[in-house]
Design a binder for this molecule. Structure first.
Ligand code: WTA
Length: 635
């Protein structure tokens, strides 16, 4: 029996049970049957949770890019690997076949080697969503250089701290980037960043916007002439299973960003496996994940997961609102997209607009739609399900993290019955548990607690770059012997999981634990509300009280805000209980968000508390200007 593809619910439970009883046999068989290895492992896994020391496929030798590209060439050489959809819809899309991808990655790999990059060196990639981004990532992996992709929306100081932390030898960037009707001068951001980064020896520059930039003699080199001159004959590096594949920075609740280190074989096996099953991938599918490759979602489900399965994956340079709010639907029709994977924040933004943007598009090519990155509220779930999925495509609400490497809890399309706002069941190999404040495991169903994982899985990050102690403390010390996710979750009567939000977002009001997500769900059901965020603030009697920041829809402008506030509290009262009513409501025009769309609650909390002294690092905000507005409008 093969474990690679789960076809029905009965099989899911069978595979799941096997994966728990005999994890080594389960993953060993998947690894053996679905990948090519220079040499197989001596041991499937070894771990010590107390030391946060986890290893998979010990002793195996492999190259992930050989698995992503080379092994497909005999059967799928002329199949499209990457569809590049440019920002400007009038610019022609590109179709890159597996053969062409192979050639371009080999050339790029040779360029990197010629420029002095060796196995183990760190390369910072700061590029827009253009083919060169995929190609340079794969070229690094091919030669064993550790890629550190930094989202090309981060500011110079954020880039600098990331380059410096992992001592990157090289930066790969472009002259500029297009984003909707804006363009961004990426190279000048890099110039500013690396003033403070002595580790950087060379900067390779791709041409995209053709603006004038300054090239520093001896350091900066145009990429294309190097590629043109390079040979397409490249021998891949033989990597050890546990050699680092990449570093990806994620922000912690405190301190500087954490450089999560992922290693080669475990990441390869599990991203491929989860891609296949969550999206029910079949040979001729066209997969489109709208994330940026600068985030883990892009790493695992634009690049590695799809390519490992020999799939066709879409790389989209633009934004959902350009040239107008129908762009996503336009692109789905244009390329016959079968799997569409996006974030609740995008869904909510689109749901705010007129239905006329989506209704004219039949979207009949779609088979599966997915959500990732934050809890998807009930209203957004239904809008997505009804207007995009046409009530016929399973909506997979996928819970996972930068640290987990691949999807952990999610419906498997056409296998697991979906339930709105529920990430549902763990994938095989994943053992979630809920913990109470006394650090005991909570048994049974219809319970809530802190979400931990009690057994290692292949794609877990192995450490924080340069700071294993922090890795241990952040993830393995709160609940000894378990990996702590930082999220809270609820397990319903049938064992389905619903992620209720970060545990640090749980607010205790008069001794009652309240998750922010369900309250925000209730608020968002008000017809005038576009989006909301609630935080706790200290209260004399209740301990904490709730402060709501609320964005109204355009039509809400004409409403009496006092009435809306009353109606909102009535809704909360009806759905959750009077205990969850908001003490204070502030109407705002926007919320402080990170580039990946997450609300920076830390700032909202401080404002609610009336503490304007230190907002911490706001460099990762998409809209820093909103902070002053909110501060001035505090109620
Ligand atoms: C949240 C993104 C609810 C969660 C892949 C997690 C989610 C954090 C979901 C990780 C989901 C992600 N439902 N919450 N389906 N997916 N989250 O590292 O709080 O950018 O801990 O990884 O996003 O965010 P990260």
């Amino acid at each position: 029996m093969s474990y690679y593809h789960i076809k029905n619910l009965e099989q899911y439970f069978k595979h799941y049970n096997k994966s728990i009883r005999e994890p080594r046999k389960f993953w060993g068989k998947i690894a053996e049957e679905n990948f090519t290895w220079y040499q197989t492992w001596e041991k499937v896994m070894e771990f010590n949770m107390a030391e946060a020391d986890i290893k998979w496929f010990l002793g195996a030798k492999v190259n992930i890019v050989k698995n992503c590209i080379d092994r497909h060439l005999s059967k799928r050489g002329s199949k499209t690997a990457i569809i590049f959809e440019p920002n400007d819809p009038s610019e022609e899309a590109q179709h890159i076949t597996y053969n062409e991808l192979h050639q371009r990655v080999c050339k790029m790999a040779n360029v990197l080697r010629e420029q002095g990059i060796k196995k183990g060196d760190r390369v910072c990639i700061y590029l827009p969503m253009i083919p060169e981004l995929a190609i340079t990532v794969l070229a690094c992996a091919r030669i064993g250089a550790i890629h550190s992709v930094v989202f090309a929306g981060f500011s110079a100081s954020a880039v600098a701290s990331r380059i410096d932390d992992s001592q990157c030898k090289m930066v790969i960037t472009s002259d500029g980037a297009y984003r909707g009707n804006k363009s961004i001068e990426l190279k000048s951001i890099v110039d500013e960043a690396i003033e403070k980064c002595p580790s950087v020896e060379k900067v390779l520059v791709a041409k995209r916007t053709h603006i004038n930039i300054t090239m520093k003699e001896g350091r900066d080199i145009w990429l294309q002439p190097l590629v043109d001159a390079a040979s397409d004959n490249n021998v891949a590096e033989i990597m050890d299973a546990e050699d680092p594949l990449f570093i990806l920075y994620t922000s912690g609740s405190t301190g500087k960003p954490k450089g999560m280190v992922h290693t080669t074989a475990g990441y390869m096996v599990q991203t491929a496996y989860s891609f296949k099953n969550v999206f029910n991938y079949e040979e001729n599918d066209i997969h489109w994940c709208t994330a940026d490759i600068g985030w883990i979602t892009g790493h695992s489900y634009i690049l590695y997961g799809p390519l490992l399965n020999g799939a066709t994956t879409v790389i989209f340079e633009g934004v959902p609102s350009y040239p107008d709010f129908s762009r996503f639907w336009e692109v789905i029709e244009k390329h016959g997209v079968t799997q569409f994977y996006t974030a609740p924040t995008a869904i909510r933004a689109l749901a705010k607009e007129s239905l006329e943007y989506v209704q004219p598009y039949p979207l009949s090519s779609l088979k599966v739609i997915g959500s990732v990155g934050e809890p998807i509220n009930e209203e957004a779930w239904h809008w997505y399900n009804d207007h995009v999925g046409g009530k016929r495509c399973p909506l997979v609400d996928t819970w996972w993290q930068t640290e987990t490497g691949s999807i952990m809890i999610s419906p498997l399309a056409f296998v697991t019955p979906t339930k709105p706002t529920y990430a549902s069941l763990p994938l095989p190999g994943i053992q979630p548990v809920l913990m109470d404040e006394k650090r005991n495991e909570i048994e049974g169903n219809q319970v809530t607690g802190s979400l931990c994982i009690k057994f290692p899985w292949p794609s877990i990050a192995r450490t924080i770059w340069g700071d294993h102690q922090r890795y241990k403390e952040t993830y393995f010390s709160t609940f000894p012997g378990k990996y702590f996710t930082g999220d809270g979750a609820l397990r319903d009567e049938v064992g389905y999981y619903r992620i209720t939000g970060r545990v640090d977002d749980v607010i205790i009001v008069s001794g009652h634990n309240l998750g922010t997500a369900p309250i925000e769900d209730a608020i968002n059901e008000h017809p005038a509300v576009a989006e909301s965020a609630i935080v706790g603030f200290p209260h004399d009697i209740k301990g904490n009280a709730l402060y709501g920041y609320i964005i109204l829809k355009e039509i809400g402008e004409t409403r009496d805000k006092n009435n809306v506030a009353k109606e909102i509290n009535q809704l909360i009262s009806d759905q959750i209980g009077p205990i969850a009513k908001l003490d204070k409501i502030q109407f705002v025009s926007g919320l402080p968000k990170t580039r990946s769309g997450k609300i920076m609650r830390r700032i909202l909390r401080k404002i609610a508390e009336g503490d304007f002294s230190n907002f911490g690092d706001t460099t990762t905000l998409l809209n820093p200007e909103i902070v002053d507005e909110i501060k001035n409008g505090r109620v």
